[in-house]
Design a protein around this ligand. Structure first.
Ligand code: ADE
Ligand code: ZN
Length: 339
């Protein structure tokens, strides 16, 4: 399909973001602005030099830069500005529902308190709900390179805010930090009413996806790229309707795949997996939702029916109510009937 036409179609789809680290939406322009007002020196002299540094060979190289960037966030207003900038950006892309990850430990370990982080984000999310009609859920991620004990402290710190946090996730350095390391804290999180998700099978093996399912008991998997090498796992994902929350531009940027035309999403759809497309850390990987749809559709030559399926899958995998989901399925289907 011609590129402009494809981009126009993608723009018009009501879309859902299910895999977005708010710290990964920190655009260099805003990073410089906040660093200046907080009087923090950045290790770069210009926005151009920051962007030039965004070349990664693997997940860890990215994480080192991502955690460094987050150091300039100190005050509630900083977290508000970060979140509001993200929400206005995705509103322009016709994103109607977001389920946002945040990494409390990245901030609390620097002495920024949990309430500063969450109050700033929450104020922006509420404003977007009221003014931009974007619904939201919030997911607190435990950093897997830290201990389970540290995750327990984070769980404790979150409890005064448990009405506004919907779930917990697991992110950061995957290899060597299997899901089983967090068995107890995930069980305790569920007991407090949190829904459960985890990054698994991004760089790590399919065994980590099994652990996330069987030991952590997650309801969906973030990434899960590695599942196709394991037929029994594919069957499990299909039978139990476990969605894979994929991030194609991230996978290319972090060299999880060599080129976009190697992305497994089309094969996953063929096998009946509820695969969905999202952006992960768009300020670092150069693509918000539309760009992820566009690059994937272009490289894999996806049909209109496959693009429609991806859009519907994201609503299905979301934590919207059944009524809300039905409303959006109809809107998506009506939209595709007009093109
Ligand atoms: N934190 C932010 N982005 C991440 C990713 N793609 N994988 C693991 N942890 C992350
Ligand atoms: Zn992620």
């Amino acid at each position: 399909m011609e590129s402009t036409k494809l981009r126009t179609i993608i723009q018009g789809i009501p879309k859902v973001e299910l895999h977005l680290h708010i710290e990964g939406s920190f655009e260099p322009e805003l990073m410089f602005k906040i660093a200046k007002r907080n009087k923090i020196a950045l290790p770069y002299d210009s926005i151009e030099l920051v962007k030039a540094a965004y070349q990664f060979n693997n997940l860890q190289e990215f994480l080192d830069i991502y955690y460094a960037g987050a150091q300039v966030l100190l005050y509630e207003q900083d977290f508000f500005d970060l979140t509001w900038a993200y929400l206005t950006k995705v509103h322009s892309e016709n994103v109607v529902h977001v389920e946002v990850f945040f990494d409390p430990q990245t901030h609390t370990d620097r002495g920024v308190s949990f309430d500063v982080v969450i109050n700033g984000m929450h104020r922006a999310l509420e404003k977007a709900k009221n003014e931009l009609n974007i619904s939201y859920r919030l997911i607190m991620s435990y950093l897997r390179h830290l201990s389970e004990e540290a995750a327990f402290e984070t769980l404790e710190a979150s409890l005064p805010f448990k009405d506004i946090i919907d779930g917990v996730g697991l992110d950061s350095s995957e290899i060597g930090n299997p899901p089983s390391k967090f068995k107890k804290v995930f069980k305790a999180s569920a007991a407090h009413g949190y829904k459960l998700v985890a990054h698994a099978g991004e760089e790590g093996p399919s065994a980590y996806i099994w652990e996330a399912l069987d030991i952590l008991k997650v309801v969906r998997i973030d990434h899960g790229n590695r599942c196709l090498s394991d037929e029994a796992l594919v069957k499990r994902l299909v039978d139990d309707k476990i969605a894979l929350i994929l991030c194609p531009t991230s996978n290319v940027a972090l060299k999880v795949i060599k080129k976009m035309d190697e992305h497994p999403v089309a094969k996953m759809l063929e096998k009946g997996i509820i695969a969905t497309i999202h952006s992960d850390d768009p300020a670092y990987f150069g693509g918000y939702m539309n760009e992820n749809y566009y690059q994937t559709a272009k490289a894999l030559n996806l049909s209109i029916a496959q693009i429609q399926q991806l859009a519907l899958n994201a609503f299905q995998a979301s934590w919207l109510s059944a009524t809300e989901k039905e409303k959006w399925y109809k809107k998506v289907n009506d939209y595709f009937n007009t093109i």
